[in-house]
Design a protein around this ligand. Structure first.
Ligand code: PRP
Ligand code: MN
Ligand code: MG
Length: 181
């Protein structure tokens, strides 16, 4: 039913699962013996976070932060605001931020600065998608699932006006969905 709004599938569920397994192995090596705090950025990161943490076979803790910059628009407002803060004190902790996508880089630049200011021991980023052409702020992920072109992608956590987060794949949204006629 949701499929009728999708122009084409970019990344299948199977490709995502396979990549999660690869990344999970790398992350388990990196964080063995470190008990990292895995920080999911609500709401987009939820499906990917759920998959990736189950592929990391070592001790981790989970927490969530809700920062928002987009609202119900296809272009960034440039504003980052904390909607929900972490429950955990990050001082001295090793942090792994989990994101669904890096676009302008504003959200992650803000979070990395914040966690460094709060004296985290280390801050790394894993993102399902990297839209490099969208970058406004100079920031890169340490672990990337897939590169995506500069198109409006939805699914696997990524929304348009809060919809499509539950699509089990990443696809390009039909322009007719967001263009008024
Ligand atoms: C989206 C996405 C990333 C961020 C990326 O979140 O999930 O968190 O934007 O864009 P940026 O690199 O330009 O900052 P959004 O703020 O839309 O909130 P959501 O996760 O609840 O959809
Ligand atoms: Mn988000
Ligand atoms: Mg959004």
């Amino acid at each position: 039913m949701l499929e009728k709004d999708i122009e084409r599938v970019l990344i299948t569920r199977e490709q995502i699962q396979a990549r999660c397994a690869e990344l999970g192995k790398e992350l388990a090596e990196t964080y063995k013996g470190k008990n990292p705090l895995v920080v999911g950025v609500l709401k987009g990161a939820v499906p990917f976070m759920s998959d990736i943490v189950r592929e990391i076979d070592t001790y981790v803790e989970l927490d969530f932060m809700d920062v928002s910059s987009y609202g119900n628009a296809t272009v960034s407002s440039g504003e980052v605001k904390i909607v929900k803060d972490l429950d955990t004190n990050v001082e001295g902790r090793d942090l792994l931020i989990v994101e669904d996508i890096i676009d302008s880089g504003r959200t992650l630049a803000y979070l990395v600065d914040l966690f460094k200011y709060r004296k985290a021991n280390s801050v790394k980023i894993v993102t399902l998608l990297d839209k490099k052409e969208g970058r406004v702020v100079d920031i890169d992920a340490d672990y990337i699932g897939f590169d995506v072109p500069n198109e409006f992608v939805v699914g696997y956590g990524l929304d348009y006006a809060e919809a499509y987060r539950n699509l089990p794949y990443v696809g390009v949204l039909k322009a007719s969905v967001y263009q008024s006629n």
